[in-house]
Ligand binder design. Sequence first.
Ligand SMILES: [Zn+2]
Length: 323
Amino acid sequence: MPSPFCPPLLKMPQKLLNTAHYIELGSYQHWPVLLPQRIRLYTYEQIPLFLKENPYITDGYRAHLPSRLCLKSICILSNETVNIWSHLLGFLLFFSLGVSDLSSVLPDAGANRKDYIIYAIGLFCFQVCMLCSVGYHLFSCHRSEKTCRRWLALDYAGISVGILGCYVPGIFYAFYCNAFWRQVYLLTVLSLILAVFCAQIHPRYLSNDWKVIRMTIFSGVAGIGVIPACHWVWLSEGFTSEIVQLFFPRVIVMYLIAGSAFLFYATKIPERYFPGQVNYVGASHQVWHVLVVLMFYWWHQTAVHIMHFRHSRPCLGLSSSFT
Ligand SMILES: [Zn+2]
């Protein structure tokens, strides 16, 4: 319903006027948004039960759409637009990083076959994570609940793959001179991620009742990285060693970004305190998306630095016999 406060739509053709939808941004003004035919935005009360996940986002929902219109809705401003585009741009970022790594960063660093494999795995995982997220946010408005659930499952699978993409280069370069522990941790992390995939098959895994269990599993899989991190500090002879002094602060920053991302995700801040005022821009899930991209980017840059460090100081002594 047009608001009496909306700006006049001067000389706008009648056909376009009929498709204009008025949204509230920042609660102080109403903006007209042109929607393609057959796409309209709904309030929280109007959407189907399976889409009701965040009552503090009160408007701007797409719903009841066939696949073609879900895809078309990428061009409209809805409460999912920032979520879709943040990870679409994230995908493009990691794709370009992959191209630049393969064409210049790795050749310039004198990388060997293993370095190439590790970088390829890490960046591939990040790209898969981004694309699964884009897919979910694009198709979460599908008219079929089953389709929406499948995309949600894929989004969760993508997060696991993203976590794997952080662990693989982290463990590889942390235990660069210790093949035994490198294999132990890589296998442990792979098994954990596989276990999470298996848990997703459980019919109630995606239900709202299991929300806390889902969050516990994900934060557990991400948080368990503290164990290899502490072990790496210990094997590197503590905080006096050069590698620990250089890279331990980077690990801390990584966990700080991950922790704050999770905090926004779980607490639904800021919309909890400003219901209806951050429907389109500034909602917690959007902050979570941006922080995830930042975290992956930070970790990729850390991997580049630690690879240069490892190449500049070959493994020595007893530990080198394990490599
Ligand atoms: Zn998301």
